[in-house]
Design a protein around this ligand. Structure first.
Ligand code: ATP
Length: 370
């Protein structure tokens, strides 16, 4: 049972109760997941959570110990890697140094039974798609890192796979180029309509490129959803903490109205108010997850706020467009508030050691079970 599979979407890939063991060690445990046609799907999670193992099973380099993997409704477990409509692009790109860009892209096509004219057309099409026409005659060492990445992409798409697996595809690029390339990757995915599955350590990258993200931990899926749902409504503290910056406040919930709770959390500070569609029983332990940008900071006590606490500024991180304030509350809890640096706010001039008020609405956070 996978609560995040959508019965209205057509799955291209279907993991059904897949377990992968290496000896006694369970790398993937009873995992079920659908990946739909034309999706840009990201597998995200800490090192060792099983992302690469998932990719290797899709590519056919590993077989599940138990369970079934379907591609377009067909069990692919018995199908060898070279007979699957799946291709994998490695972080190292693995280009042939002695071959031209043109020949690198043509390599796989020449080993198929594709007629020569069709190979020429297909290579030209791939060069155009990846904006490499000008570099066709060069060797890999005569182009930039970003261009090499595009050659690797063109080569892996040349045989028109139904599924392209991208293992840290932008890992070798510096930050600025990486960001530009993310948009290119999205553009190419959309133009070809190929299903992309990407593995990345970089949560911002997953948020940027993917239509859906699977957050994994220890061989299990923790949450599978669109980037905005993962960010706005994480289903547990692990996901809230893994994606983006978050304040986690521990307390006990008591119902005070429909979907409205009082959160007792501190001996010295008044209770907080939070809403939750998920019910909590009175006195139940909870975590309130609030993104720093949902917390307002001001020097005066806000006139009307569901939650307002006073504290002292410990640290300010200036990030150009944003500033993040670390504010210590009585009792030692540190709450992060982030503001956009419009001219109006930067003039407000809050500095270290200042006494400030933090405030947020009852709906600003997500109430999570312990
Ligand atoms: P990273 O982000 O570091 O690449 P990952 O999420 O891709 O990590 P996997 O490579 O899928 O993780 O590995 C999942 C777990 O399975 C790890 O604990 C790893 O040590 C183990 N593992 C992977 N391959 C093998 C193998 N061939 N033999 C034994 N254990 C393995």
């Amino acid at each position: 049972f996978a609560p995040w599979n959508d019965p209205n979407e057509k799955p291209l890939i279907r993991f059904q109760n897949v377990t992968k063991k290496f000896g006694d060690f369970t790398a993937i445990g009873d995992l079920s997941l659908d990946i739909y046609e034309k999706e840009f799907f990201a597998l995200l999670g800490p090192s060792g959570c099983g992302k690469t193992t998932m990719m290797r099973m899709l590519a056919g380099f590993e077989n599940p110990t138990q369970g079934r993997i379907e591609l377009s409704g067909q069990d692919i477990v018995p199908v060898p890697p070279n007979k699957r409509a799946v291709n994998m692009m490695f972080q190292s790109y693995a280009l042939f140094p002695h071959l031209s860009i043109w020949d690198n892209i043509a390599f796989g096509l020449r080993r198929s039974d594709m007629p020569k004219n069709d190979i020429v057309d297909r290579v030209e099409e791939m060069l155009k798609l990846t904006r490499l026409e000008k570099f066709a005659r060069r060797k890999p060492h005569q182009i930039s890192g970003g261009q090499r990445q595009r050659v690797a992409l063109a080569r892996s798409l040349a045989k028109a796979p139904k599924l392209l697996l991208l293992d840290e595809p932008l890992g070798a690029l510096d930050k600025k180029l990486r960001q530009d390339t993310q948009f290119e990757l999205m553009d190419i995915q959309e133009k070809t309509g190929t299903t992309f599955v990407i593995v990345t350590h970089d949560q911002e990258e997953a948020m940027t490129v993917a239509s859906r993200i699977a957050v994994m931990d220890e061989g299990r899926l923790i949450q599978v959803a669109t980037p905005d749902r993962i960010y706005e409504t994480p289903n547990c503290v692990y996901v809230a903490d893994f994606i983006g910056d978050v304040n986690i406040i521990e307390g006990r919930a008591t119902s005070v109205g429909p979907e409205r709770y009082r959160i007792d959390w501190s001996d010295s500070l008044p209770p907080l108010t939070a809403t939750s569609a998920t019910p909590f029983s009175d006195g139940q332990g909870c975590h309130l997850a609030i993104r720093p940008e949902k917390v307002s900071i001001s020097t005066e006590r806000p006139a009307e706020a569901d939650n307002a606490v006073e504290g002292k500024v410990l640290d300010i991180a200036y990030l150009g467009n944003l500033s993040t304030y670390h504010v210590e509350l009585p009792g030692g809890t540190i709450v992060k508030a982030q503001t956009a640096n419009t001219r109006r706010i930067s003039r407000r001039n809050i500095s270290w050691e200042d006494s400030v008020w933090l405030s947020w609405t009852a709906t600003a956070g997500v109430l999570l079970a312990e």
